[in-house]
Design a protein around this ligand. Structure first.
Ligand SMILES: NC(=O)c1ccc[n+]([C@@H]2O[C@H](COP(=O)([O-])OP(=O)(O)OC[C@H]3O[C@@H](n4cnc5c(N)ncnc54)[C@H](O)[C@@H]3O)[C@@H](O)[C@H]2O)c1
Length: 270
């Protein structure tokens, strides 16, 4: 259902890889709500060409950018303002990747080249996006920037590996940059901490199927899916959340505040 809540708003959406991607759902919802936006992803992620389908259905243009490359980001942001016809109202950072996870390296046996790369892609890229946008004065006043994160930033989930550290850094950047962007331009910066979700990045985590069931049973409302996450992102891009900034916002069906549920306790009864 559309209420045109983003009518007239311009955005940049990072990270739509395929139909499962959270960013894909955000793009579909933002389009329904009247926004115009540019889609972007790493050049290598576009090999399969799936993003073209999304561009067609949402009437968007695609600009490839490796989010670790400041040069790519400078080009992306200046081109986006040209294509969309003005400053940017919202940015979604929906990017995450750990080579240690991909290669099955244990947390206590990381290859540090992999660690550096994962940190750059998953966390530092968020700083690079905002610094580039700020230098080009690309954001409208009261604009909204959101990155997606996971509760492993606060509590230990061993198989999340070095992504836990990357997410801690990401969330800290949201607070620190949010302060400066708030003062300079009234731009708000937040992270949304999403339930485990069946996507390409999500299913890379070891034991993900069991884990997603555990999380579902530990959440009074059940796991939030990608579509629900998209709805929450839309609300954060809208003018109805203008004074929310520098926050890590849990979108997890209550998981983060639950000690145990009856459904989980019953699994331990004799
Ligand atoms: N799936 C989950 O369980 C879950 C839970 C909480 C948070 N998140 C977060 O949500 C975000 C989106 O992930 P998703 O689950 O939709 O998976 P996804 O695999 O669909 O999206 C990850 C995206 O990151 C992009 N990417 C990787 N390297 C890049 C680079 N150098 N430059 C630009 N883009 C790059 C990929 O191409 C891909 O589009 C990530 O930050 C992820 O950590 C996911």
């Amino acid at each position: 259902m559309s209420t045109n809540i983003l009518k007239g708003k311009r955005g940049i959406i990072f990270g739509a890889l395929n139909e499962q991607s959270i960013a894909w759902k955000v793009a579909e919802r933002a389009h329904e709500e009247g926004a115009t936006f540019v889609l972007t992803n790493a050049p290598i992620a576009m090999r399969m060409g799936e993003i073209n389908k999304l561009a067609e259905t949402t009437g968007s243009q695609i600009i490839p950018a490796d989010a670790t490359s400041v040069e790519d980001l400078e080009n992306l942001i200046s081109q986006s303002m040209e294509i969309l016809g003005g400053k940017i109202d919202f940015i979604l950072h929906s990017i995450g990747m750990s080579i240690n996870v991909r290669k099955g390296r244990h947390y206590t046996d990381q290859k540090y080249d992999f660690t550096h790369k994962g940190l750059d892609v998953s966390a530092l890229s968020f700083h690079k996006v905002m610094q580039t946008a700020m230098k080009q004065d690309a954001m409208s006043e009261w604009g909204s920037i959101v990155a997606l994160t996971y509760i492993a930033a606060q509590r230990t989930f061993p198989d999340y590996n070095d992504m836990a550290d990357n997410k801690s850094y990401l969330e800290s950047i949201a607070r620190s940059f949010g302060y400066h962007y708030g003062i300079a331009k009234k731009v708000r910066v937040n992270t949304i901490s999403q339930s485990p979700t069946m996507t390409t990045a999500g299913s890379g985590v070891k034991g993900f199927n069991e884990f997603i069931n555990y999380s579902d049973q530990m959440s009074p409302l059940g796991n939030a899916d990608a579509k629900a996450c998209a709805d929450y992102c839309i609300s954060m891009f809208s003018d109805l959340t203008r004074y929310v900034t520098m926050q890590n916002l849990f979108h997890d069906g209550g998981f983060s505040n639950t000690g145990v549920t009856q459904a989980v306790i019953e699994k331990f009864s004799d």
